[in-house]
Design a protein around this ligand. Structure first.
Ligand SMILES: [Zn+2]
Ligand SMILES: [Zn+2]
Length: 348
């Protein structure tokens, strides 16, 4: 075991502070990664602040991680020392249940191991990427193609795959009309990915404040949801709506925008239940669905797709000691569109 520098939460209410996390010795199928960049996800804040349940402190979060492999275990075949790699929201799963065998480790029937606040087989709590190094099984370590700017690659590991997976599952592509609710960290990825997949893309945002960004990122159309006329104008229009907003929403109003066999899929995660009127689903045989990150093979497919189509998140680079301010700005939706921590600023 080794202690490495980290930026750590000591309680739900205090600011993050410099600390250390312990990393296990590199096992036969593990890689040791020197972390270069770590993205800041809204989930990091929800977790530390206890919004999704109690957590053990001190806790180091961060599940959008890219870095360089500096050591490999004796049985590792997928990665070599010097490789650019990434780690997302999962660092383990049972690897033998039906869902794992189907390549859907995120739906492991025994529960996957979260990159932070997860439980390792030995009972220890996993610690995330706001730190200088991490040891991860090679199966949960992704290849980051050379053509993706490294500092922009980190958010793909959560925001990228979280939006790519439902777009693929519900066939975003040519001839399909896709709407994205919310143009934040997830939404600005969903727009780029849906556009590159060939779909006709509409952003549904509270105001028209970010309209220029939305169109530049590949949206064909942009509507303000604060204007009630939007919901009459766009009734029965979309094949797929991806809801990226992690706040309560008038679900029925958005379901009304779905065309025949359309689906509203949720990837934002407000803690409250979302009420749905079933009669809204009966019309057009609509579906109301959810989606959670993506499997390891699909995450690799997403990274390769982004490389091929020159897709990357728009990021704002921060030093480690700016993290607390950055969190406040995430909560205020004041970031275009993802903060990424320069982990070199954590090294002694
Ligand atoms: Zn995340
Ligand atoms: Zn499993």
């Amino acid at each position: 075991m080794t202690l490495v520098p980290a930026y750590t939460a000591v309680s739900a209410t205090e600011p993050l502070t410099p600390g250390v996390v312990s990393r296990r010795a590199v096992g036969p199928t593990d890689v040791l990664i020197e972390i270069a960049w770590a993205g800041v996800c809204h989930s990091d804040i929800h977790t530390v602040r206890g919004d999704w349940g109690e957590v053990p402190y001190p806790l180091t979060v961060g599940h959008e991680i890219v870095g360089i492999v500096t050591e490999i275990g004796a049985e590792v075949t997928r990665h070599q020392v010097g490789d650019r790699v990434g780690v997302g929201c999962m660092v383990g799963s049972c690897r033998e249940c039906a869902n794992c065998l189907a390549g859907q480790e995120q739906y492991c029937l025994r529960g996957f191991v979260d990159t932070y606040n997860g439980t390792e087989p030995d009972g220890s709590v996993t610690q995330g990427g706001y730190s200088t190094h991490i040891v991860v099984d090679e199966h949960f370590t992704l290849r980051v193609p050379e053509s993706i700017p490294f500092e922009k690659a980190a958010p793909l590991l959560c925001a990228g795959i979280t939006t790519y997976s439902p777009l693929r599952r519900w066939n975003a592509g040519p001839g399909r009309k896709v709407a994205v609710i919310g143009l934040g960290g997830l939404g600005h990825m969903a727009v780029q990915l849906a556009h590159a997949l060939g779909a006709e893309v509409t952003v549904l945002s509270q105001s028209l404040r970010k309209k220029d960004d939305g169109l530049r990122l590949g949206a064909d159309d942009y509507h303000a949801t604060s204007d009630p006329a939007t919901f009459t104008k766009l009734a029965n229009t979309f094949d797929l709506i991806v809801n990226t907003v992690s706040a309560p929403l008038d679900v029925d109003a958005y379901l009304g925008l779905l065309t025949l066999h359309g689906t509203l899929v949720n990837v934002g995660a407000p803690p409250e239940p979302a009420p749905v009127t079933l009669f809204t689903l009966f019309e057009n045989q609509r579906s109301f669905a959810g989606s959670k990150i993506g499997g390891i093979a699909e995450t690799q497919e997403m990274l390769d797709f982004c490389a091929e189509h020159d897709i990357a998140p728009e990021v704002e680079i921060i030093t480690a000691d700016q993290i607390n301010d950055a969190w406040e700005r995430v909560l205020a939706a004041d970031v275009r569109y993802r903060f990424v921590i320069d982990i070199s600023t954590l090294r002694p």
